[in-house]
Design a protein around this ligand. Structure first.
Ligand SMILES: Nc1nc2c(c(=O)[nH]1)N[C@H]1C(S)=C(S)[C@@H](COP(=O)(O)O)O[C@H]1N2
Ligand SMILES: [Mo]
Length: 413
């Protein structure tokens, strides 16, 4: 088995193989792909960025009350003030939703997961919902975060225009996921030593953008990551997965960009030859002047922090109050958080609650603003790898991985 654990190497190898015709893109024929390439990835990305016109029926099933969510077409982000007073986990009623098209309402009884491909020793293997639930289960606490979370701050803080949904910081949530390890299912399906990539695919409608049908939402994972810590989840916070979050079964790929955590899982191709998809060659790549011409694949999420406060909150002058927030990183747990209320001096925030590896860290910071007026709050975290939050996030055309310190405006009166 080729163990491409090192992500940069994995990406470099796959992209070169794709360009020289050695990697396959299942679900698209070569002509469509060439047309896409000729049209240019950027045009495609810009088309994808257009927010769909509001339609009568919501593409999202669960209620999206305005005190909990900001809605952008087929996507809804959590308002951070909705986490104030909550426990460690993000309750389902406020967990963000990112749908490429719309939430399909599926029936567990008729659901099948099909594994197939040259990376299996035998023919295709299918699992039903009950069969999957009968396999040994595992529960993990992990965040899922959209790679575009924080994207609006490229424009708001850095004056840079980027394509895609203008999320603030609410395209992230932490849940307890219960399910079966992908490693277990792959072993039962007869994983071959030659397998290099798996390609999980959703059952939601085909994704059509810029007049091109890109097929089912799907993104390849190297076998090494698939075997490491990926879960086929059927429960979220102790309940069956809700429709919007992938019922009956979704992938949870801890620490990696949300796109890897394919919802409404229907098929997984297991391949002895390299695979790519538009979600690895066009979308979720860092492109721009500071990157190599072919760009860099987005995998692990970067360090971020958010205050559990409304945007533009009003806070009382002359009173001691406790600011609260959370920080997280795809590279590992958070080691330190600092807060600044004047943009000059930084003081440590006090960590509270648990600190699981793939979740977030809650913290608090007492503050007594003496004078009325506008203030800008800043929080800056550092993870165990030493990665921290810069003042400026590296620009990329599609606005992924905004990890810079966010300037949160409040008014003291
Ligand atoms: N099948 C399918 N899986 C999907 C998506 C999708 O549109 N279809 N969106 C992806 C993206 S971009 C993100 S960020 C996460 C969001 O998960 P959530 O909606 O449960 O918060 O799901 C991922 N899995
Ligand atoms: Mo995403």
């Amino acid at each position: 088995m080729t163990a491409l654990t090192e992500e940069t190497a994995y990406d470099r190898v796959r992209l070169a193989q794709w360009q020289t015709g050695q990697a396959r893109m299942p679900g698209l024929n070569r002509r469509t792909v060439l047309r896409l390439t000729a049209a240019g990835g950027l045009a495609l990305a810009a088309a994808a960025a257009a927010t769909p016109a509001a339609s009568a029926a919501s593409p999202i099933v669960k209620p999206l009350p305005p005190e909990l969510f900001d809605v952008y077409g087929t996507n809804a982000e959590m308002r951070w003030e909705a986490m104030r007073g909550q426990g460690y986990l993000t309750p389902i009623d406020r967990f963000f939703v990112r749908d490429h098209t719309s939430t399909p309402v599926l029936d567990a009884a008729g659901w099948r997961l099909r594994l197939f491909g040259s990376g299996l020793r035998g023919g295709p293997v299918e699992f039903g919902y009950r069969e999957l639930r009968a396999l040994p289960s595992e529960t993990i606490t992990a965040f899922i975060e959209c790679a575009g979370n924080g994207r609006s701050f490229f424009a708001a803080q850095q004056g840079q225009s980027v394509s895609g949904t203008a999320w603030k910081l609410g395209a992230v949530g932490v849940a307890r996921w219960r399910g079966v390890r992908l490693a277990t299912v792959l072993a039962r399906a007869g994983l071959s030593r030659d397998a290099v990539d798996v390609l999980p695919e959703g059952l939601d409608p085909d994704y059509v953008t810029g007049g091109v049908n890109l097929g089912k939402v799907r993104r390849p994972l190297p076998v090494a990551k698939a075997l490491e810590d990926v879960l086929l989840a059927y429960e979220m916070n102790g309940q069956p997965l809700p429709p919007d979050h992938g019922f009956p079964v979704r992938l949870v790929v801890p620490s990696w960009a949300g796109i890897s955590s394919v919802k409404w899982l229907g098929r997984i191709e297991v391949s002895a030859t390299p695979l790519v998809s538009p979600w690895s060659t066009q979308f979720y790549r860092l492109l721009g002047p500071d990157y190599p011409p072919e760009g860099t694949l987005v995998t692990e999420q970067v360090v971020k922090s958010a205050f559990e406060l409304p945007w533009g909150a009003t806070l009382p002058a002359g009173q001691r109050q406790v600011l609260r927030g959370r920080s997280w990183s795809g590279h590992g747990r958070i080691r330190r958080v600092e807060v600044s209320t004047d943009g000059v001096t930084w003081q440590p925030a006090k960590p509270i609650g648990p600190a699981p590896d793939r979740g977030w860290r809650q913290w608090e910071f007492p503050w007594r603003p003496r004078t009325a007026g506008p203030y800008t709050l800043r929080a800056r975290a550092t993870d165990i790898t030493g990665a921290s939050q810069p003042d400026v996030a590296p620009y990329n055309t599609q606005g992924y991985l905004f990890g810079a310190v966010v300037r949160h405006p409040v008014t003291v009166s």
